[in-house]
Design a protein around this ligand. Structure first.
Ligand SMILES: CCCCCCCCCCCCCC(=O)CC(=O)SCCNC(=O)CCNC(=O)[C@H](O)C(C)(C)COP(=O)(O)OP(=O)(O)OC[C@H]1O[C@@H](n2cnc3c(N)ncnc32)[C@H](O)[C@@H]1OP(=O)(O)O
Ligand code: NAI
Length: 308
């Protein structure tokens, strides 16, 4: 079956010469997603710098990455201990951690941010990096829900800007949504798609619409699950069991919300309910807001809808 792409090449071409191949990558934000993205980039032979304001976060993520690489090596090199060892060593050798991007920015091909879901912060970071990074450097965001155009407006390079939306856990999930804004040049878009493939992900092309493809469908589903429980129609445990056994999902909606992080869930809902006040699917949940206020953020704090 052949599909004709709906994505007409609308991007403006850039006069500056871009590296066709992305080899040096900076990942900003060393939390759940940033660590996973940096790990996969290192595993696939890219030189990576993982940047976070918190050294404590970086140390924790480094330990998690080392553990995860071992799991990947075990799977990829089942009966080849020597091959597994080399894979682990070379992956770790490709990775650097830092509390500032400044030095790595001088030669980076790609800066991908995965900091908390906050527009002002993302804009501030790209405005700063724009002053330092060379013209070739592509900027991208891993945002779950914010408009890429608005983030890109803080830089002087909207033609070299796009969305690269990964899924959690990054070492396991095979999809990458590649998002173009009207200004994204064809060269930039092609370089991002090629990088996605070099990261061994399947890519889908997305427009800069709320939630792109996956979250536009996933967020209303998760919110409906919360409302069902808020109304007292079923327990969270039963909803999860029902969706796993009845719909074949690997995790129920509450397990997934805990896995993603309830703070990230709330950032998304805050943004969408403010931006689309008339959309009932994006209405806020009192239960979710209360849990976040109590620091019950899911797996990362040891308690969310479940205890860990
Ligand atoms: C209800 C509240 C609502 C709140 C409001 C909603 C607001 C909006 C939320 C929107 C969220 C937005 C987030 C986003 O932008 C996009 C996302 O990322 S959505 C999340 C997508 N992810 C999923 O859907 C994950 C679904 N779960 C799974 O696929 C599996 O459960 C999982 C792979 C996580 C674990 O599998 P499981 O079998 O349970 O466990 P195992 O430990 O056996 O692992 C299986 C397999 O995978 C390997 N593995 C697992 N984790 C890692 C890792 N970190 N690193 C390396 N390898 C890993 C493991 O080794 C196993 O391999 P085998 O070969 O099978 O042994
Ligand atoms: N959690 C998930 O399942 C997914 C999240 N995303 C998106 O990825 C982004 C990050 O999400 P998570 O990794 O879950 O968040 P997280 O909270 O685990 O990590 C964010 C990190 O950003 C760091 N940070 C904050 N300010 C910074 C700064 N100025 N410079 C450098 N680092 C800074 C924090 O210290 C923290 O470690 C968000 O935009 C989110 O919407 C996308 C796909 C899935």
């Amino acid at each position: 079956m052949a599909f004709v792409s709906q994505f007409a090449r609308r991007g403006l071409s850039t006069s500056s010469s871009l590296n066709a191949k992305i080899q040096e990558v900076i990942v900003i934000g060393g939390g759940l997603m940033g660590a996973g993205i940096a790990q996969v980039a290192a595993q696939t032979g890219h030189k990576v710098t993982l940047v976070d304001i918190s050294q404590q976060v970086l140390d924790k993520s480094n330990a998690r990455i080392a553990e995860s690489i071992k799991r990947v090596a075990k799977k990829q090199f089942k009966d080849d201990a020597d091959g597994a060892g080399k894979f682990i060593d070379s992956s770790l050798a490709n990775m650097n951690i830092a509390t500032t991007a400044n030095e790595a920015l001088l030669t980076a091909d790609l800066v991908l941010e995965a900091v908390v879901e906050n527009m002002a912060l993302k804009q501030k970071l790209f405005a700063e990096y724009d002053q330092i990074a060379p013209a070739k450097t592509i900027f991208a965001s891993n945002t779950s829900s914010l408009p890429i155009s608005e983030i890109a407006s803080s830089s002087s390079r909207p033609d070299r800007f796009g969305g690269l939306h990964f899924f959690n856990p990054v070492p396991v999930m095979k999809l990458l949504e590649v998002v173009r804004i009207p200004e994204t040049s064809d060269e930039t878009f092609d370089a991002m798609v090629a990088w996605g493939k070099a990261m061994k992900k399947m890519t889908v092309d997305c427009k800069d619409t709320p939630g792109f493809i996956v979250n536009r469908l996933l967020v209303p589903y998760l919110m409906e699950a919360v409302r069902l429980v808020e109304r007292g129609d079923a327990s969270a445990k039963d909803v999860d069991l029902a969706m796993k056994l009845g719909a074949g999902h690997p995790m129920g909606p509450f397990e997934l919300a805990d896995y993603v992080g309830l703070d990230t869930n709330k950032f998304i809902m805050d943004g969408w309910s403010a931006r689309f006040p008339d959309e009932p699917l994006f209405r806020q949940s009192e239960m979710l807001n209360k849990m976040v206020a109590e620091n019950k953020l899911g797996k990362k704090t040891g308690e969310g809808f479940y205890k860990y």
